[in-house]
Design a protein around this ligand. Structure first.
Ligand SMILES: Nc1c(C(=O)O)ncn1[C@@H]1O[C@H](COP(=O)(O)O)[C@@H](O)[C@H]1O
Length: 157
């Protein structure tokens, strides 16, 4: 049973969103991937968001571009944590996506990462899950240590 639901407004978001999936794979976290659109498949979006918890999903990563209503709408339909990924858009380079996702009203939080920040969405999902699954905390500490060592061993000249 997947722990993380990775959803996106269009298959055109996959290039960006697959980076979140790669992180989940690397940490050994189970996931599912689906195209779900608040605009194009509103009934399916409602069903997906309402049923996610009872299906065993614990975190949702939702990516969308442009008028990116998907993450916020999903967060309005489930108590699960929702991480929003602003997907870079053709005309406004993702600034529209970012503002659509980040400016949520009180009561409906979406944890928003940077434009195109799908890797961090994956890492944030792992951190959230590590509260319940200590082995993920262990893997996250190892990841952080490797990153630190990488930086400290950098020699430019
Ligand atoms: N922002 C949304 C939603 C939504 O928020 O429900 N559904 C699709 N889209 C976005 O439209 C962009 C263009 O989609 P197409 O490439 O399919 O035309 C995508 O980035 C998608 O996330």
């Amino acid at each position: 049973m997947p722990l993380v639901g990775v959803i996106m407004g269009s298959k055109s978001d996959w290039e960006v969103m697959k980076e979140a999936v790669d992180i989940l794979k690397n940490f050994g976290v189970s996931y599912e991937v689906k195209v779900v659109s608040a605009h194009r498949t509103p009934e399916f979006m409602m069903k997906y968001a309402k049923e996610a918890h009872e299906r065993g999903i614990e975190v949702i990563i939702a990516g969308a571009g442009g008028a990116a209503h998907l993450p916020g709408m999903v967060a309005s339909l489930t108590h699960l944590p929702v991480i929003g990924v602003p997907v870079p858009s053709r005309n406004l380079n993702g600034l529209d996506s970012l503002l659509s996702i980040v400016q949520m009203p009180y009561g409906v939080p979406v944890a928003t990462v940077a434009i195109g920040g799908a890797k961090n969405a994956g890492l944030l999902a792992v951190r959230i899950l590590s509260v319940k699954y200590p082995e993920l905390g262990e893997k996250m500490r190892k990841f952080m240590e490797e990153m630190r060592n990488d930086v400290l061993s950098t020699e430019l000249v």
